[in-house]
Structures are given as C-alpha cells and as structure tokens.
Design a protein around this ligand. Structure first.
Ligand SMILES: C[S@@+](CC[C@H](N)C(=O)[O-])C[C@H]1O[C@@H](n2cnc3c(N)ncnc32)[C@H](O)[C@@H]1O
Length: 271
C-alpha cells in the first residue's frame, strides 16, 4: 500500500489528481442515516427518547388522553418537560400554580405523575377563565389575530373563545380525585390574589397572550422559593413573539436567563 502511495505521489500528474481527490473527500459530509424517533408537535429528532416511555409518565399521559383532557393530544415531549420540572419543584416544598389550564391536560399529567394527591402539605392552584380569553387583557395585535382566525374558520362561538370552549365542569372532574387541587375560575390578573400561598415552587404559564402572563410572573416572582421553576409553554413558538419579548424583558430585569427548549417551551430557575 505504502509502495503504491509513493509511486502515485512521485508521478507528477497522478500525484496532483490524488491530492485533489483526497482534499475533496475530506470535505464531504459524513452521512449518517437519519431515523426519526420522535415526530410530533412540530418537532422531529433522532435522539434517544426512552424517558418518554417511562411507565409512570406513560400511564399519566395516557389517562389524560383517555379522559379527553387535551387541546392537542400529541405533546408528549412538552409534558415530559413539565413532569421533570414538577419532580424538581416538589422537593422545594412550595405550592404549584398553573395559569392557563383549560381542561387540565398538562397539570393533570404532572399531578398523576407526582402522585400529588398524597402531598397534603402542598396545593396545586389552577387558574383559568375556563372559557377563553379576556378582551380587556389582549393587545391590539392579539385581538386582530383572533378576529381573523374567527372569520376564517367561521366559528359560531365568540372570537374571544379562540379555539376554546367552556370547560369548567370538565376541569372540575379532571381534578376531583385531588383534595389539594384548587381551581380558580376567572380572569388573570384579577384572580391572582386568590392564590393563598406565599411559597410557590412551580409556576406554569400557558395563556397564549402576553399581558396576563407578564402580570402573573410579576405577581408570583417574590413568592417563588429558591430553586423554583417557571415553565413558559408558548415561549419560542412562532406567532408568540410578543410573549417571548415580554418574558425576555422581565427575566433580564430580574437578572435571570430563560432556557429555550426545542419543544418551544421556556424554562426559568429562580435562585
Ligand atoms: C393553551 S390553553 C391552556 C392549555 C392547558 N395548559 C393544557 O394543558 O391543555 C390557554 C388557556 O388560557 C386561558 N386564558 C387565556 N387568557 C386568560 C386570562 N386572561 N385569564 C385566565 N385564563 C386565560 C384560556 O381560557 C385557555 O383555557
């Protein structure tokens, strides 16, 4: 092999051609076959997703699907993140809060996963109008987008409902086995003071509009215990730039960073 190499390299023309081929080959990308392991919720990847098949997680997820609690039933990675955040937060001994609950999909999965019913020392506060947006706390742009999609889809409900329906009874049923679940029906930020807690370790914001979310994080910030987790469901999604900009500004005023997750969620740890 060495002999052939030295003959080629010592022959001027062959040597030049061999060097060109060698240099070009070095620049070629290494082609690894892409085999998707996860392709839902606008996310496709070939990474190891065995955590998404952990039995406690799968059971909690499947129960919520079977009970029809979803807005979108194919968001396993987002729910996995929420369960992980909950499992970290629960060690910090504070209450849990979600603003933007709808029928309770994500929160019920987190509660089942953590066996929340056995935690008499902490509560899960669940805030929503349970009937869509409040015009009073929407920006002009959000109103215009909602009205456009209302006309486009020719929905028979009010544009303020967005894609939502009145769901309070469904949510009450979804959380009925949890003596420590507290559902607060009404408009955020007007209902924030009804959360009777000054120690919060998990805050999930999922209202799909900027003003109530900024009001909520501002209200709860000083009540978050050290190590508390804030999970922002809409943070890096397209068409939610106002929420991202608002949260970035808030986080920077508090000297914290927001981790952007490929699921579109944002994650803050308060220290
Ligand atoms: C994307 S959904 C929440 C989905 C939920 N996290 C889940 O796991 O299925 C957004 C919710 O925010 C609620 N919402 C929007 N604006 C609100 C406001 N100002 N106050 C209270 N709830 C609001 C809507 O009623 C809706 O149920």
């Amino acid at each position: 092999m060495e002999k052939i190499k030295s003959i080629i390299l010592s022959t001027p023309v062959l040597g030049i051609v061999a060097r060109i081929i060698y240099q070009a080959a070095k620049r070629l990308p290494v082609i690894v076959p892409f085999k998707a392991t996860y392709a839902e919720d606008a996310l496709i990847t070939n990474k190891n997703i065995s955590s998404l098949f952990e039995p406690d997680f799968l059971n909690a997820y499947q129960k919520a699907v079977d009970d029809g609690l979803y807005v979108d039933a194919a968001i396993r990675w987002r729910c996995h993140v929420a369960c992980w955040a909950g499992s970290v937060a629960i060690k910090n001994k504070g209450d849990f809060v979600e603003c933007g609950v709808n029928k309770g999909f994500i929160s019920r999965i987190v509660m089942d996963y953590l066996k929340f019913e056995a935690r008499e020392d902490i509560k899960f506060w669940l805030l929503d109008t349970y009937e869509g947006f409040s015009e009073k706390y929407l920006t002009e742009e959000e109103i215009s987008v909602l009205k456009q999609s209302f006309q486009k889809d020719n929905l028979d409900a009010s544009w303020k409902m967005g894609q939502y329906k009145p769901v309070f009874d469904i949510a009450l049923k979804a959380f009925s086995k949890f003596p420590n679940a507290r559902l607060i029906k009404g408009i955020v930020p007007e209902t924030l003071s009804l959360v009777e807690s000054d120690k919060i370790s998990y805050l999930s914001l999922d209202m799909n509009c900027v003003i109530p979310e900024i009001e909520a994080i501002s209200y709860f910030w000083d009540k978050l215990v050290p190590g508390a987790i804030v999970l922002l469901d809409d943070y890096a999604w397209p068409s939610h730039e106002a929420q991202k900009n608002g949260m970035d500004k808030f986080a920077s005023s508090k000297g914290v960073g927001i981790l952007t997750l490929p699921t579109g969620q944002g994650l803050i740890i308060k220290n």
